[in-house]
Ligand binder design. Structure first.
Ligand code: C2O
Ligand code: CU
Length: 565
């Protein structure tokens, strides 16, 4: 569990692991003199086609596909010092994050490096980045492409890259101590694999992941189908949450309460590393077809209100939903690690706000204005912000409990699928997710044991495997993620899925729920199955999923601090 203490007066923020080990100390500096271009021009940039920086991708270039355009993430001064200074106070960040780029994944270098993110206007948070942006570059490829990613580590801690949800060979899975040694400072590692399945994915470090993802070491990965999508606008939005030490400036009562909760002390929610008014509106011309890809890179489940008169949720975790019904003004719950693509055609002119539900400033800061207009008739940013604030105020103070929420178990139309609940499976496992004490420490447990003590689930190549996941006690979500595979969700609370076959790589098991999932063991390796609320994973909620007939050629270097969570 990440703890966080803030020394008063010094603007010094400390993160330490659950065991109390001090990982790092950072200074925070308020840069008041940072220049900023007006948001109007950012909006105009948004309207332009964004193309992958490599000329090779034709598919990607057909849609407007960047996740964020920054109007104010400019570089300041000396770029040479990559590591954040330790311990001291009040120097100006010499490195500030830049715009997120779209890159062609046929060959790309991702450099892990320290920077500072302007998380609110004039407020900088020390972050760890890929290529100096948060999120890191969006990697795009086309189905069938061979992806080559060179990881270069310019941080002073070891890192890896895990491609979340991507079915790839074991050696490329990026789990330190399981598939590779963590990449040491100054070193490089090359990931290469074939992108076999179109969809929305993300990548992140898997070394000390609670800490490293929490600091910003992630980005998105989009695999386009061979036959290009027809969307006019295709954008990705990454949800995350942070601790903004400016909001809780010292060891206040409020801060300590937050610290004691498992959520950590999150007090700022972001979309693509920005919050509130800093989030650029999405400008759409009437008649355009729009795809929004949502990715949750944080540790909190977010409930988004989608105030669109007609839209479809067309895919989740990179898997298309079969014949998805039209939805109207619904709620979309997105748990850590999950992805959802929604598609709509802009018809009604006006400003709507896709935003997090919840009566807090935190929730209000997570909102995406969608501005539909005829070309050349756009409201200005001020008008947009005023309208959005009004809508947000209303949303976050309205009881939404009766509102319609997407339920994948009944959504879409049935189609042929390989698994049913009552067929015979080669292996069956029951995993009970809960909380307890393990070896004298508080732990998140599977069948009452924490990771190190848990016996691996074992399979053989070709096995059909049924896993029952249940959370009979507790009041927290457990978004369970299986590496290297996608699985079919058969039932919830004893009721079979009635809509489209549900394929996931991350399944949110909510309090009181029981799910049956089925997976075909067709990707030999040693894989992880863990909760993507990474506090839970780091406190024991993970288990190995190992092939008995797989012999790994990787031998961990015992001198390296490989730390998968
Ligand atoms: Cu998104 Cu094991 O990770
Ligand atoms: Cu959990």
């Amino acid at each position: 569990m990440k703890l966080l203490s803030i020394r008063s007066n010094r603007h010094t923020i400390r993160y330490s692991s659950f065991s109390g080990m001090l990982l790092c100390a950072f200074m925070l500096v308020i840069l008041s003199a940072c220049s900023s271009v007006s948001s109007d021009s950012a909006a105009d940039q948004h309207a332009q086609h964004q193309q992958p920086s490599s000329a090779q991708s034709s598919t990607a270039a057909q849609t407007e596909t960047t996740a964020t355009t920054s109007d104010h993430s400019m570089s300041h001064g000396d770029m040479s010092s990559m590591a954040a200074p330790e311990g001291s106070s009040s120097t100006i960040p010499n490195q500030v994050t830049t715009d997120q780029k779209v890159v062609n994944g046929k060959e790309v270098t991702l450099t892990a490096q320290a920077s500072n993110l302007e998380i609110e206007k004039g407020k900088y948070l020390p972050v760890w980045t890929f290529n100096n942006s948060v999120p890191g570059p969006q990697i795009q490829v086309t189905e069938g492409d061979t992806v080559t990613v060179h990881l270069k580590n310019k941080l002073d801690v070891p890192v890896t890259i895990h491609f979340h949800g991507v079915v790839l060979p074991h050696a490329m899975d990026g789990v330190p101590g399981v598939t590779q040694d963590a990449v040491q400072p100054g070193k490089t590692f090359t990931y290469t694999f074939k992108a076999m399945h179109a969809g929305t994915y993300w990548y992140h470090s898997h070394q000390d992941s609670l800490n490293q993802i929490g600091r910003g070491l992630y980005g998105t990965f989009v695999v386009h189908p061979k036959k290009a999508l027809t969307d006019d606008i295709d954008r990705t939005f990454v949800l995350d949450e942070w601790n903004d030490p400016h909001t809780y400036p010292a060891n206040t009562e409020q801060n300590m309460t937050a610290l004691n909760s498992n959520m950590g002390a999150y007090n700022l929610y972001t979309i693509n590393g920005r919050s509130g008014n800093q989030i650029d509106p999405l400008y759409v011309n009437t008649g355009q077809q729009v795809r929004l890809r949502f990715v949750n890179a944080g540790n909190m489940t977010q409930l988004l209100y989608i105030p669109l008169a007609s839209y479809q949720v067309v895919s989740t975790d990179g898997e298309d939903i079969h014949k998805p019904q039209k939805l109207s003004n619904g709620l979309l719950r997105i748990a850590p690690g999950e992805r959802y693509d929604i598609v709509f055609t802009a018809t009604n002119q006006g400003i709507t706000t896709i935003g997090a539900v919840g009566d807090s400033d935190f929730a209000r800061s997570m909102r995406l204005p969608v501005v539909v207009s005829t070309q050349g008739q756009r409201p200005n940013v001020q008008q947009v912000n005023e309208e959005v604030s009004r809508q947000q105020q209303h949303l976050t103070t309205t009881d939404v409990s009766g509102w319609q929420e997407l339920d994948l178990m009944t959504y879409g139309q049935p189609a042929a699928s390989p698994f049913t609940g009552n067929q015979k499976y080669d292996r069956q496992y029951n995993l009970k997710l809960s909380m307890g004490v393990s070896n004298g420490k508080m732990a998140y447990t599977i069948n009452d044991e924490a990771y190190a003590d848990l016996k691996a689930l074992t399979v053989r190549t070709g096995d059909t495997v049924k896993i029952t996941l249940s959370a009979p006690s507790g009041n927290e979500d457990h978004p369970m993620h299986l590496h290297g595979h996608v699985f079919q969700v058969l039932s919830r609370n004893g009721k079979a899925a009635t809509g489209s076959p549900v394929w996931k790589d991350t399944l949110n098991v909510r309090p009181g729920e029981t799910y049956e999932i089925a997976v075909l063991a067709d990707n030999p390796g040693n894989w992880m199955l863990h909760c993507h609320e990474l506090h839970h994973a780091s406190m024991g909620m993970m288990i190995d999923f190992n092939y008995e007939d797989f012999q790994s050629s990787y031998q961990p270097d015992q001198s390296i601090n490989n730390m998968s969570e």
